[in-house]
Design a protein around this ligand. Structure first.
Ligand SMILES: Nc1ncnc2c1ncn2[C@@H]1O[C@H](COP(=O)(O)OP(=O)(O)OP(=O)(O)O)[C@@H](O)[C@H]1O
Ligand SMILES: [Mg+2]
Length: 302
């Protein structure tokens, strides 16, 4: 880790903390928080590119010195493992295992990116005794010192589980393609999020557009509908153009940022990653979440 990377990390943490504590004038906090920034990646419609985006965003953030974790929270298929060509040995439930440290259950992704499979264990928390819950919360807190950013790759659609991840996260990135059905489902998702008491900040990534204009027009449509009917502002985080090298990289099980670093998709994701690090300064204030992710997650389910 270079000095520069260390400084950037502190800066980002301070920005997030400044926002969370409502400190004016953006002065640096002398006590940087140890909580990572939780980003939930979701979509209305399936197959729009969430998992590829999550992993490549994770790599881009890691390259900028952010200690980044991707949690695979899609309970169906092992999405992240498929894209990376890896087999994660442990799941979230292994946090209960006294013989394993938190570091032990983290899977090694490329370039220092860490991976953890949520497995269905993330949902088992609902049936746990209070004692076990406290243990999970305590163990999960150990992650706080290890990461700056945690990306949660969810499944698609309006399920209670996915909304719980959204509500527990600090921000949500909603991925959509320009397809009308994808946009309609994205709007339905925004509507659902806007009705939750948490009103989590929603940023949109338009993936697989043919041109920048097409992507911008689609974002505008979503923004207009969201403001007009829901009075809920959404933020544009950028676009990823349709790029055949994404499909090729999936076939090769090597993320496109690594296999095709100069591809359009890679450059688009790099730009988005820089926005992720900067947007806490630029955007309008949004709901502030104080307690820890797992506590929020459990409370929402209870
Ligand atoms: N920018 C892009 N250009 C071209 N093809 C893309 C792009 N993004 C995604 N794809 C294609 O879409 C496929 C599905 O992507 P991915 O698995 O990331 O979607 P997902 O939203 O995670 O799906 P699911 O909802 O099933 O979890 C990829 O295998 C790839 O072929
Ligand atoms: Mg996926």
């Amino acid at each position: 880790m270079t000095d520069q990377a260390g400084k950037l990390r502190t800066l980002v943490k301070n920005r997030i903390s400044t926002e969370k504590t409502g400190t004016e004038n953006g002065a640096l906090d002398t006590n940087p928080p140890t909580k990572p920034h939780f980003i939930c990646i979701t979509s209305g419609k399936g197959g729009v590119g969430k998992t590829n985006f999550s992993i490549n965003l994770g790599i881009a953030l890691t390259r900028q010195g952010m200690r980044t974790l991707v949690i695979d929270a899609d309970f169906g298929l092992a999405n992240v493992d498929v894209v990376l060509g890896t087999i994660t040995k442990y799941t979230f439930m292994n946090l209960m295992d006294e013989n394993l440290s938190v570091e032990n259950i983290l899977g090694e992704g490329p370039e220092g990116l860490k991976i953890i499979s949520g497995g269905s264990g993330l949902l088992n928390v609902l049936d746990m005794s209070e004692e076990k819950l406290q243990r999970i919360i305590q163990r999960f807190n150990e992650l706080n010192t290890l990461f700056d950013i945690v990306i949660i790759d969810t499944g698609a659609g309006l399920t209670k589980n996915i909304l719980s991840f959204v509500n527990a996260s600090d921000e949500t990135i909603l991925v959509t393609t320009p397809e009308p059905t994808s946009l309609t489902d994205a709007y339905a998702m925004i509507k659902a999020i806007s009705r939750e008491p948490e009103r989590t900040k929603v940023s949109v990534v338009v993936n697989r557009a043919e041109t920048h204009e097409e992507a911008d027009q689609n974002f505008e449509k979503l923004l207009n509908a969201s403001m007009k009917f829901l009075n809920f502002p959404i933020h544009s985080l950028g676009i990823i153009l349709d790029d055949y090298r994404v499909k090729k990289s999936v076939q090769l099980q090597v993320p496109f940022l690594i296999k095709y670093p100069n591809s359009i998709a890679s450059r688009n994701v790099e730009l988005i990653s820089r926005k992720v690090l900067n947007h806490n300064i630029d955007d309008a204030p949004h709901e502030v979440k104080e307690s820890n992710f797992v506590k929020r997650f459990i409370n929402i389910f209870k």
